[in-house]
Design a protein around this ligand. Structure first.
Ligand SMILES: [Ca+2]
Length: 338
């Protein structure tokens, strides 16, 4: 029952689908250092602080209003956390993810025919064997080292970030980074008219029936295969949605982290959510095969004054010096990233 209801819930939240094999012409991928070493910031880039525009009034209601906020500078991962990175964390800590503890996650399955795009349970299913090691289930391919880690929840992502001595970005910090220093850009690149297939791993073709793979990938791509944005960050649009520390609804007791950036399932004809302002809620208890994350490290010269709560997340105690993550997670949107 958990699986059926969870997928139904996800279906209401996540508005996209996936393929499996690679399609059109490939682009050169970033050479990423395999594995992970706690505290290693060599694969991070600096995003300067300042006043930034977030939100959009052009697309979906949940993104409005477009507004200006101040953000302190921070370091952020150049690319999404990979399976190699996450494997190093698991090996060092013995951590068990939410899916491993709870028994499965949501998996996309392309549909041959669909009756309505309003019922996305036609292309999402609950898979009891889906974990970060087998992101599409045990009958699918094993997780590859250079691919973004999938089937992780906020608790899993935060546990990894703590191990690295880092944090998860707030929604505002993430959006600041995704805009690449381009003011008012609806997309993460200069010209809104440029085709997405040259900029991000998204879906081309009839969603969710056929992904033409014009961008070179049907399904997930290794990290860093598409051009970096103005800050030197890869895949801030498409490939996988990324988990933030911002709660979807400040008025709800149910924690539902905001995810950003869209995924390889985002089609121009359907959701068009591979934009910096796009946002969706995520399931705090179950991962999927199109959501991952990246970490940040804030400037110690500009520490935040979040309370040290000692709260437990995912059954694990929050380390005092990193407790601000829990506070960030429950802070109302107006207080985040400012
Ligand atoms: Ca693609």
């Amino acid at each position: 029952m958990r699986g059926r209801s969870a997928v139904r819930w996800l279906a209401l939240l996540l508005l996209a689908g996936c393929g499996a094999a690679d399609g059109g012409p490939r682009q050169a991928c970033l050479a990423v250092e395999r594995g992970g070493r706690a505290g290693d910031a060599s694969a991070m880039v600096w995003v300067p602080g300042g006043v930034t525009v977030i939100g959009s009034d052009r697309f979906h209601a949940e993104e409005a209003p477009k507004r200006r906020v101040h953000v302190e500078g921070f370091w952020i991962d150049r690319h999404e956390v990979t399976n190699a990175d996450f494997a190093a964390f698991i090996e060092a800590t013995g951590y068990r993810t939410s899916n491993e503890r709870n028994g499965g996650g949501a998996v996309f399955r392309a549909s041959r025919t669909i009756t309505s795009l309003d019922d996305i349970t036609q292309w999402w299913r609950f898979e009891p064997t889906a974990t970060w090691r087998w992101p599409h289930g045990a009958s699918g391919p094993e997780a590859q080292p250079s691919m973004p880690v999938l089937q992780v929840t906020f608790a899993d992502a935060l546990a990894y970030a703590r191990w690295k001595g880092r944090d998860l970005p707030t929604e505002v910090e993430w959006e600041r980074a995704a805009r690449g220093g381009i003011a008012d850009a609806e997309f993460g690149w200069v010209s809104d008219s440029e085709p997405s297939s040259s900029k991000a791993n998204v879906w081309q073709g009839a969603f969710p029936v056929h992904d033409a793979g014009v961008d070179g990938y049907r399904g997930l791509a290794p990290v860093g295969c598409f051009p970096a944005n103005g800050y030197g960050l890869h895949d801030m649009a498409g490939n996988v949605w990324e988990i933030t520390s911002t709660n979807w609804s400040s008025g709800s007791s149910k924690r539902s982290p905001v995810i950003k950036g869209g995924s390889w399932l985002c089609a121009d004809s359907f959701c068009l959510r591979y934009r910096p302002a796009a946002r969706q809620p995520s399931d705090p208890d179950m991962g999927t095969d199109h959501v991952g994350f990246r970490t940040i490290k804030r400037d110690p010269k500009h520490p935040r004054s979040w309370p040290m709560t000692g709260e437990k997340i995912g059954g694990r105690s929050v380390a005092p010096r990193l407790a601000r993550s829990a506070a960030l997670f429950s802070a109302p949107p107006g207080e985040q990233g400012s």
